[in-house]
Design a protein around this ligand. Structure first.
Ligand code: RB5
Length: 144
């Protein structure tokens, strides 16, 4: 799968760990920065990753800032993006199962490397529960 990933400085370290992990699992990882620990603005990176997914260059996207909140807000402003802030195993699973999330957001200062790897894998491995109510709700999101 082609996975775009971007972070601000608060997620820079975790991004590096996830890039290596996902590439090791055989994914094509598109690293959109940031490229160092210097302070940058999270909306720029949330938007960049979201546009990569919405435009079809990547199949899915992962964004990381200190908490995951800022980048998720930014990503969800891009049409066609459903970015879920993931903070547990069950949220990783339901992000795909119920919401068909094409992006997830993680907190670089609130998430351990093992959690980030596990939550990413759960999200990527879980299919969307196609079925009347979930498809109707996602269609309503897509209309907004
Ligand atoms: C940067 O200090 C921090 O505000 C940012 O990484 C993020 O947590 C915003 O939501």
């Amino acid at each position: 799968m082609r996975i775009a990933i971007a972070s601000d400085h608060g997620g820079f370290e975790l991004k590096g760990i996830l890039v290596a992990h996902l590439a090791g699992l055989g994914h094509e990882v598109i690293d959109l920065g940031t490229d160092g620990p210097d302070s940058v603005d999270y909306p720029v990176y949330g938007k960049k990753c979201a546009e990569c997914v919405a435009g079809g260059t990547a199949d899915k996207g992962i964004v990381i800032c200190g908490t995951g909140i800022g980048v998720s807000i930014a990503a969800n402003k891009v049409r066609g993006i459903r970015c879920a802030l993931v903070t547990s195993d069950v949220m990783a699973e339901l992000a795909s199962d119920h919401n068909d999330a094409n992006m997830i957001a993680l907190g670089g200062r609130t998430t351990t490397p093992d959690e980030a790897k596990r939550w990413s894998e759960i999200w990527l491995a879980t299919p969307f529960s196609r079925g009347e109510r979930h498809e109707r709700r996602v269609a309503l999101l897509n209309e907004m």
